[in-house]
Ligand binder design. Structure first.
Ligand code: PRX
Length: 654
């Protein structure tokens, strides 16, 4: 049976309970189909009505979609709004005292803040940013732990019209520097340390390293939140404490009137070539995507206690922590720690403690928790849960079933949400009160999202056949461009081969006989390690920057917990190392990659060869390396290889 047939043969189907359907925001398949039909018949009218219904506009828009400069699409282009107003101020008349954020610290203590308090803190910090001369359109890097202040910093930027670019707290100084430079950021917001899983990570010191040698001249100020008592090195005139600059600031800061097409944020993500690209999202369309998916996919109810376990350094944390839940007025959890600290029951214990109703996490977390304690959920009262979500990578059917039965008590629908940094919000996902779900399938596209699976010529493939996942029409929350690189935007996402008309997601997928979609994996050289996107070229560039390395090729191999693991094939400048020497150099190269990019990019497996397998024209044979990485028997013809003896060397793990 082919790989596609194997994944498409799933015949377990789980319809939502009658009780869930009765209370759902979209109940039953007919309601879903009616929305899809409306989008088909009157695409602009469909989006116009939703944007008017769900967004509080300062000045209503008159034009819905401007396609005149396609693929540079504009949505609601003459509308004016402020996203921070939409996330906070508009709730104050009736929800000022409602809890906005329950912050659970690494050590298990928690604090709550109401919408009114969130408003005051965001305004105070927004005024502090203004006092440092941060203006509309300026870029601000946020390199913070997962604490409420990270959300406050993002909201404050949005309030004054500054463009934030959040950098995941696990990235290294080199990665921080690249992003500061590309964005020409004026200010960076960080903390002295982050605290995760009982361990402290020195964020401020990493920022100092990124800024050393005058490498980032655009940075004027470093704002430091004091998360722990640890002292940090200080650069007078440049570094300021968060608590000092908010002192005496007013708790009122009028939201800046922004255009719907002004930039909200830049978020860097890996591609198959070059350095990470700055995915640029604009305010109006992005906000609409966030709100609709909260309502449609997460079936948001005012009584919910919502918890997305992502980090704000990734798109999931942007849309489903910072913006989506606040835009609908939810009570949500912001979690500083990790799922395995103090032990593997942390998630379940927190669900019981905070009476979480809606829980959204990644398959890699589920798989590691199954391994560490498959029976642990039974020890907790998880009866508050009513909906479960999965994001970031394909969820294998066994993990899905465990999540459904052990965590959700066979009662909670699972929303397996397919989307990307570029799409801004969920694209293919169950509408839980309408769709029966199947383990391992993200099901069907949301209303208005014209997903298709196509062959090389852009023609739809029949059900049961694999192809490239595309979206046929622009939608509001789609990225607008790659920051400073319009050409890369067009060539990556609206390529010539499809006449610049289809959005190319970069994933392969197939539909089963019911039209349900399964994601098969990336079609490019992008790896998905624990739900994190990594470009093979980025890791290769880091490796060849090491003085000992002559050449390197990186591929992925399947991994039980992480989904995919990084395997690096390396040729050194000197002799091929063996035995202890090989182990020593492999350890050094792993540490090097962690330093150059971040721990998440560290190869699991490094293999040394006298050379790398190349065709006679000098191209590295990646397909062959993938087979070697998996330990598969190599079926490709290696007779054309210039150097067949390296095959034996590269099949050996250190
Ligand atoms: O390959 C797909 C995978 O993650 C990629 C997007 O990564 P990123 O931009 O970092 O965003 C992750 C969070 C949305 C996609 O191209 N992916 C994401 N969600 C799923 C998925 N693969 C399978 N099933 C999913 N539910």
């Amino acid at each position: 049976m082919s790989a596609i047939e194997t994944v498409l043969k799933e015949d377990r189907v789980f319809p939502p309970s009658e009780e869930f359907v009765k209370q759902a925001n979209i109940s039953g398949m007919e309601a879903y189909k009616a929305l899809c039909a409306k989008a088909e018949q009157d695409y602009e009218g469909f989006w116009r009505d939703l944007a008017n219904e769900h967004i509080s506009w300062h000045k209503p828009f008159t034009q819905v979609l401007d396609e005149s400069k396609a693929p540079f699409f504009k949505w609601f282009a003459d509308g004016e709004l402020n996203i921070s107003y939409n996330c906070i101020d508009r709730h104050l008349k009736d929800k000022a005292d409602k809890t906005a954020i329950i912050f659970e610290k690494d050590d298990g203590t928690s604090e709550k803040i109401t919408y009114q308090q969130l408003h005051d803190k965001v305004c105070e910090f927004a005024n502090a940013l203004k006092s440092l001369d941060v203006q509309k359109g300026d870029r601000v890097i946020i390199y913070m732990p997962m604490i409420t202040e990270a959300v406050i910093a993002m909201q404050a930027c949005a309030r004054i019209g500054a463009i934030h670019s959040v950098v995941f707290g696990g990235f290294s100084a080199g990665a921080v520097k690249d992003r500061i430079k590309d964005a020409a950021a004026k200010v960076i917001i960080t903390a002295n340390e982050s605290v995760r899983g009982g361990k402290r990570t020195p964020l401020k010191a990493t920022v100092d390293e990124a800024l050393a040698n005058g490498d980032c001249p655009s940075i004027e100020k470093v704002i430091v939140f004091k998360r722990t008592d640890t002292e940090v090195a200080w650069t007078d005139n440049r570094d300021v404490w968060w608590h000092d600059i908010i002192k005496g600031q007013s708790t009122v800061c009028e939201p800046e009137v922004m255009n719907a097409e002004d930039t909200l944020f830049i978020l860097y993500t890996s591609g198959s070539t070059g350095k990470p690209k700055g995915v640029e999202h604009h305010i109006g369309g992005y906000l609409l995507g966030a709100i609709l998916s909260m309502n449609w996919v997460f079936d948001y109810k005012p009584s919910d206690v919502y918890w997305c376990t992502a980090d704000v350094g990734w798109i999931t944390g942007h849309t489903y922590i910072c913006y989506g839940p606040l835009a609908v007025g939810a009570t949500q959890i912001v979690f500083e720690g990790v799922p395995t600290y103090p032990d593997a029951s942390r998630f379940w214990q927190m669900i019981e403690k905070h009476k979480v109703t809606t829980f959204y996490t990644a398959p890699t977390a589920i798989r590691s928790l199954i391994k560490l304690g498959a029976d642990l959920p039974e020890k907790f009262d998880l009866s508050s849960l009513r909906l479960l979500g999965s994001v970031g990578e394909p969820i294998n059917p066994e993990a899905w079933m465990w999540y459904y039965e052990k965590v959700g008590g066979s009662r909670c629908p699972i929303v397996d949400t397919w989307w990307q940094t570029e799409t801004g919000s969920n694209m293919i996902a169950p509408i839980p009160g309408a769709f029966p779900t199947k383990p391992g399938s993200c099901t069907l596209p949301l209303p208005g999202i014209m997903v298709d699976i196509v062959d090389e010529t852009g023609n739809s493939v029949p059900n049961g056949q694999g192809g490239s996942l595309v979206i046929r029409r622009a939608f509001p929350s789609l990225l607008r461009t790659v920051y400073n690189d319009d050409n890369r935007f067009v060539s990556t996402y609206f390529p010539e081969e499809f006449g610049h008309k289809l959005y190319l997601a970069g994933d392969s997928a197939a539909r089963d006989e019911d039209g349900y979609i399964r994601i098969m994996g990336r079609i490019d050289d992008v790896l998905n390690v624990s739900g994190h996107r990594l470009g093979t070229m980025e890791i290769e560039s880091a490796l060849v920057a090491h003085p000992l390395v002559a050449e390197a090729a990186v591929v992925g191999k399947p991994h039980d917990i992480k989904g995919e693991a990084v395997v690096a094939f390396v040729m050194l400048k000197g002799d091929r190392p063996v035995g202890e020497e090989a182990q020593k150099i492999a350890a050094e190269l792993k540490a090097w990659v962690a330093k150059e990019i971040g721990k998440i990019a560290q190869p699991d497996d490094i293999r040394f060869g006298e050379n790398l397998p190349k065709t006679r024209s000098g191209k590295i044979m990646r397909r062959l390396l993938r087979s070697l990485a998996k330990g598969e028997e190599v079926t490709q013809d290696t007779s054309t290889l210039e150097n067949p003896q390296v095959m034996e060397q590269l099949s050996q793990s250190i």
